[in-house]
Write a protein that binds this ligand. Structure first.
Ligand code: T6T
Length: 340
């Protein structure tokens, strides 16, 4: 059982103490092991005092980004900083770029953004940086982080590995599994698949991992893909779904194939629909993140940068494996997504 380790960062420490106090049986991945020791150089950032901060989410109507918004909004109010939130209608760079342009036109001193494409969003964000705005990413990342003052996210490779270990436990460490993801391009989904496949290969030699399947941000497409995988592999034992769309669609596909008694489902993100599916027994576990912390830390770091202080260039927030057994525990509460 991986150690539950203390995590740095004000907001995280508070929640971590609650977690230790609760003594819940959760798999929490250390953030401190991944936070880099080389803080951003103050000189690389604008040190204008921060009067306004803008958050740009990955997509509208997402409980995950709503939870980041809740943390950021709460912290901005506490620090008396003007704050705005916006997000594109679809999770793609073509929809996110105009949102970024309109935010830059309002000249916030800092922008927190979840880039929808680790390559395509570099240039528009580079222009925002050139306009004198401090850029911090939350959740997703860019391949080229040279313009970023800080990157705040889960360790998604570790999240995929936790999904693999959780799945292995559920299926008796033997059998056949598949990962369901989105088309490559989003750093988070790509890293979860990477972590899942690597962990299965390294630690679970008696589990065969089929080629990852992709369904383009659609629960229905995921459901039909899962049904056809099951038709071709009646001996399939598990499906790992890396985000909300696949997490909503995978149990539907398993149910449509009348395979629930023999197929385990591990999803990602404890948003309302996944929590409901866990309670109803349609899924078996959720690997969940702490988006609220990402929002709080993003605002904290943006304000500190404006004061000329240094902040961690790379900050990893926590992950837990949620089951029906620990879902209502105090330790898991920070990882169940809430808007506000
Ligand atoms: O899994 C989260 C987020 O981490 C990912 O980047 C995109 O999908 C979600 O927002 C789930 O809805």
């Amino acid at each position: 059982m991986p150690e539950i380790s203390a995590r740095s960062g004000r907001a995280s420490t508070r929640k971590t103490r609650a977690a230790f106090a609760a003594g819940a049986v959760v798999l929490m991945l250390a953030a401190s092991a991944c936070s880099s020791s080389s803080p951003a150089k103050a000189g690389a950032n604008s040190t204008k005092p921060v009067k306004s901060i803008a958050l740009i989410g990955g997509v509208k109507d997402s409980p995950f980004y709503a939870a980041i918004d809740c943390g950021a909004k709460t912290e901005a109010k506490k620090l008396s900083v003007k704050y705005s939130y916006s997000a594109p209608a679809t999770f793609d760079a073509a929809a996110q770029q105009p949102i970024l342009s309109s935010v830059v036109a309002q000249s916030p001193q800092a922008i927190l953004i979840a880039p929808t494409d680790k390559v395509a969003m570099f240039q528009p964000m580079h222009q925002a940086k050139a306009a004198g705005t401090n850029l911090l990413t939350v959740d997703t990342r860019l391949n080229d982080a040279s313009d970023l003052s800080s990157q705040i996210s889960s360790d998604n490779v570790a999240g995929g590995a936790l999904g693999a270990d959780t799945m292995a436990k559920l299926i008796g460490d033997k059998g056949k599994v598949v990962a369901m993801s989105e088309p490559p391009g989003s750093s988070t989904d790509d890293q979860r698949v990477e972590g899942f496949v690597k962990e299965m290969k390294a630690k679970h030699p008696n589990i065969t991992v089929l080629t990852t399947q992709y369904a383009d941000h659609s629960a229905q497409a995921t459901a039909s893909k899962v049904s056809s995988i099951l038709a071709a592999n009646p001996d399939l034992n598990g499906v790992f779904a890396v985000d909300n769309f696949t997490g909503d669609g995978a149990p539907i596909g398993v149910r449509n194939a009348n395979a629930r008694s023999r197929v385990k489902v591990v999803a990602f993100d404890a948003q309302p629909s996944q929590v409901q599916a866990l309670r109803s027994g349609d899924i078996d576990a959720i690997i969940s993140q702490n988006p609220y912390d990402m929002g709080v830390l993003g605002v904290d770091y943006a304000v500190q940068l404006g004061q000329g202080k240094t902040v961690p260039k790379d900050k990893i927030t926590g992950l837990v494996a949620v089951t029906k057994a620990n879902l209502d525990s105090a330790a898991v509460a920070p990882y169940v997504y809430k808007s506000c």
